[in-house]
Design a protein around this ligand. Structure first.
Ligand SMILES: Nc1ncnc2c1ncn2[C@@H]1O[C@H](COP(=O)(O)OP(=O)(O)OP(=O)(O)O)[C@@H](O)[C@H]1O
Length: 262
């Protein structure tokens, strides 16, 4: 575990997403959502972002995605400043936002269709991704025929269909019941490891944040800053039962203490 914030330059070669003095002010300047945030995310790592409501977690994700621009500082991805949406980054939200009139397979194919005409190879890939998320038998089902958890799986497959190697997940399973959420978290860990993605995951849940992550970024309340980076040195694969271990509980206490302190 670290008490110091990692300076992005110290491991620059390994860093695929970095922020330097990132600030974001909304409206007439009265809402300072982020102030002077510094962070660096290592290639292939899983980073969870936790912090009090309104501390700027979603804002940070939207800045990395290029959906919004910083008011100060810069976000860099693969060494170049983010100036708008890019192909190597894909984002997923709490709501699956599937098109009701398209099958699961056709929803997964949507990013490919937006980019051009899907080939048979694209369709095969979409089918493989549906299998990867455990929905091989539901490729021709419509969203209304799928449970909330299954719809989020389709959204996850659609996210992976983009081919992006940086995944931004904003409370993707936040609206699901705890049992489904735990199952999907376990599968998410397996899937991102399999595709080798770098993942930034926003959650309100401290245990979930630690269970999934290599590092937890703990944010301060508004104006948001990265107050502390907690390294999660727990072996993988991680069974759900790891959450009752002393090492896990020590990490929970560390994050809680930091949140209390900030
Ligand atoms: N488009 C916007 N216009 C004005 N203010 C905004 C906008 N987007 C976010 N904010 C404000 O910026 C601050 C940070 O919002 P953000 O959604 O990033 O927080 P969060 O940590 O993700 O919150 P939560 O955990 O409740 O989802 C909040 O005070 C919010 O009201």
């Amino acid at each position: 575990m670290k008490d110091q914030i990692m300076a992005p330059d110290t491991v620059a070669a390994d860093i695929v997403v970095s922020g330097r003095g990132v600030g974001k002010t909304f409206a007439d300047g009265s809402v300072v959502a982020l102030k002077n945030a510094d962070f660096g995310i290592k290639r292939g790592s899983f980073v969870s972002l936790v912090g009090p409501s309104g501390c700027g977690k979603s804002t940070l994700l939207r800045l990395v995605s290029g959906l919004i621009a910083p008011s100060s500082g810069a976000v860099t991805v693969h060494g170049t400043p983010v100036t708008g949406p890019r192909r190597d980054i894909s984002m997923m939200f709490q709501k699956a936002t599937l098109l009701e009139w398209r099958t699961a397979l056709d929803n997964v194919l949507l990013p490919t269709e937006i980019a051009g005409t899907p080939t048979q190879a694209d369709r095969n890939r979409a089918m493989d991704l549906l299998k990867l998320v455990g929905l091989g038998d539901f490729a021709f089902s419509f969203p209304a025929q799928l449970s909330g958890g299954m719809q989020q799986r389709v959204a996850l497959a659609r996210l992976l269909q983009t081919g992006a190697d940086i995944l931004l997940l904003d409370e993707p399973f936040g609206a699901l019941d705890e049992f489904t959420r735990e199952r999907l978290n376990t599968e998410l860990m397996r899937i991102v490891a399999e595709v080798g993605a770098t993942t930034l995951f926003v959650t309100h849940n401290i245990s979930e944040a630690i269970f999934l992550a290599d590092q937890v970024f703990v944010m301060t309340s508004r104006p948001g800053q990265v107050a502390k980076i907690v390294d999660v040195d727990l072996d993988r694969p991680r069974p759900l039962s790891i959450q009752t271990s002393p090492a896990f509980n020590a990490l929970v206490a560390d994050v809680r203490e930091t949140l209390g302190a900030v």
